[in-house]
Write a protein that binds this ligand. Structure first.
Ligand code: NOJ
Length: 535
């Protein structure tokens, strides 16, 4: 079966280039390193790669601080390397998605440097959010940055500029048409170079409202926006309805324009996926209306408990909300901003959840290393590089754990990732997680992913919607079975710590854990496992 357009039910493999493969021994992954591993990527059975930023950047926020969006940072190679990567990917029938960062630039971008020089009231400053201090010298408002600390930094002449993230990431002023014109130039630049789509960073953040007004509870709001801060569900939801800098109506006008630009490339089927953390969840569907973007990330599975009620709710809600705008959902269990799924919910559970999700309609994102079942890297504070760790002054350890480089081969760290010293240490305990090792083990996570993605392509892509068979709402015991059928496949997940019987008929195709037995005409699903049956 196949799906048209290409992105609709694609499996997209996220590569964080700095952590993927180092081709020149400087301890950091690079574009030629990615190119050299494309056969491996293809062998996983994915359809596309999404590359986290590789543009010119002082790298204060892992490259999400872009100093020149139309060039490659020397640490990753050069534009010729980017072209070669794209060409080699296309030769293998892999599409390439670039990451575009429109909410902010790096403070090293020429525009920001010019704004600093030009001074208050200049047209150069109007490309950012520069404001005078209050009479008492305090910043224009009390917003707290997503990474902790004030959202405002003062420059020498006394004005403040807004940065929702690190102080090295000044927010752009999207009310200024010059900003959109420059981004359209960047989009065209990469499309003309061959990319097939974009992941839009902080897609919900471009338009700000009430920039000169204090928020009534800035600390509460800041905590509510952070995944690593526990908070009462209702309280968090109430606070998330009060964010003055996210999900404003104006962002949609921008994406309508971008959609026209993408569509102007006709049968190249250029796509875009929005990174939009919005509340309430229904708001996410606005980003994928017919005249806007193609996909919006659903982040619920990055935090959801391994609990049938919770997972039923997440899956059902995402499918049905997207259906209201005729879109398909997206699924992601890990990414470069959140703990790896194996560390968060457990190794067996992570395998079970992946197999459960691979059966669902829509597009699936796999974060490089997830296929190996990698846990988060264990790091000393002295190893950490994430601004979130430094700006939060303690409570957040930051996101480096998920960004530890991939182990490829051999018996000793750094396991073939680099001939030099990796930018984050790779623990010796990852010996059994190398690609080389997992390829020799038919029970490995790597084999599970490869086999599942092959079966997904064969039986499920384009197979339509799901029918729920078992959930707590369909009579199953809480935390026991969650099951649906789709096309010719029945997917059964046993979330409990003991084996569970189910009535499913059909031939076992794949199971994430131990073997499935048969007993009295019933199938016995192993604990913390998912199985697919061909019916
Ligand atoms: C989301 C990106 O995924 C994250 O890594 C980055 O720090 C922020 N946006 C700011 O660009």
């Amino acid at each position: 079966m196949n799906s048209s357009p290409w992105w609709k039910e694609a499996t997209i493999y996220q590569i964080y280039p700095r952590s993927f493969f180092d081709s020149n021994g400087d301890g950091e992954g690079d574009l030629p390193g990615v190119t050299s591993k494309l056969d491996y990527v293809k062998s996983l059975g994915v359809d596309a790669i999404w590359l986290s930023p590789f543009y010119t950047s002082p790298n204060k926020d892992g490259g999400y601080d872009v100093a020149n969006p139309r060039d490659v940072d020397p640490r990753f190679g050069n534009l010729e390397d980017a072209k070669e990567l794209i060409a080699q990917a296309h030769q293998r029938d892999l599409r390439v998605i670039a990451d575009i960062v429109p909410n902010h630039f790096s403070d090293q971008h020429v525009w920001f440097q010019a704004a600093l020089k030009a001074g208050p009231g200049s047209k150069e400053r109007e490309r950012f959010h520069f404001y005078d201090a209050h009479a008492d010298g305090t910043p224009p408002n009390n917003w707290i940055s997503i990474f902790g600390g004030p959202s405002w930094t003062q420059v020498e002449d006394g004005q403040f500029y807004l940065h929702l993230f690190d102080s090295s990431q000044p927010d752009l002023n999207w009310e200024n048409p010059e900003v959109n014109a420059d981004f359209e130039k960047t989009l065209r630049f990469w499309i003309d170079l061959g990319v097939d789509g974009f992941r839009i960073d902080v897609a919900h953040g471009l338009i700000k409202e009430d920039v000169l007004t204090n928020h009534p509870d800035p600390q509460g709001l800041s905590d509510a926006l952070r995944l690593d801060v526990a908070m009462d569900f209702e309280k968090r939801n109430a606070l998330l309805l009060t964010v003055p800098f996210f999900d404003r109506q104006g962002v949609h006008e921008i994406y309508k324009k971008w959609r026209k630009l993408f569509d102007s490339y006709g049968d190249r089927e250029i796509m875009a996926v929005a990174e939009a953390w919005v509340h309430p969840p229904v708001n996410a569907t606005r980003y994928v209306r017919a005249d806007e973007l193609h996909q919006v990330f659903n982040f619920d599975l990055l935090t959801a408990d391994f609990n049938s009620d919770v997972l039923f709710g997440v899956v059902e809600r995402s499918i049905s909300l997207n259906a209201t705008v005729n879109a398909l959902p997206t699924w992601a269990l890990s990414n470069h901003d959140s703990p790896r799924v194996a560390s968060r919910i457990g190794d067996e559970q992570a395998r079970a959840l992946a197999l459960f999700v691979f059966g669902l309609p829509g597009s699936t994102y796999v974060f490089a290393g997830q296929e190996l079942g990698l846990p988060d890297g264990q790091l000393q504070d002295s190893d950490r590089q994430d601004p979130m760790f430094f700006r939060s002054n303690g409570p957040s350890k930051g996101r480096d754990g998920a960004r530890v480089p991939l182990p490829w081969s051999g018996e000793t760290t750094p396991f073939g990732f680099s001939t030099g010293k990796p930018w984050l240490p790779i623990s010796q305990s990852w010996k059994d997680f190398t690609v080389e090792h997992e390829l020799t083990d038919p029970k490995s996570s790597l084999h599970l992913y490869k086999n599942a993605l092959e079966l997904r392509k064969e039986f499920l892509v384009g197979a339509g919607g799901i029918t729920w068979l078992e959930s707590s709402r369909h009579g199953s015991k809480e935390d026991a079975l969650l099951s649906y059928s789709r096309g010719p496949i029945t997917v059964v997940m046993n979330l409990s710590d003991s084996v569970q019987e189910c009535d499913t008929a059909g031939k076992l195709l794949i199971v994430s854990g131990a073997n499935v037995d048969a007993r009295d005409g019933k199938k016995v699903i192993p604990a913390r496992s998912t199985a697919w049956f061909l019916t």
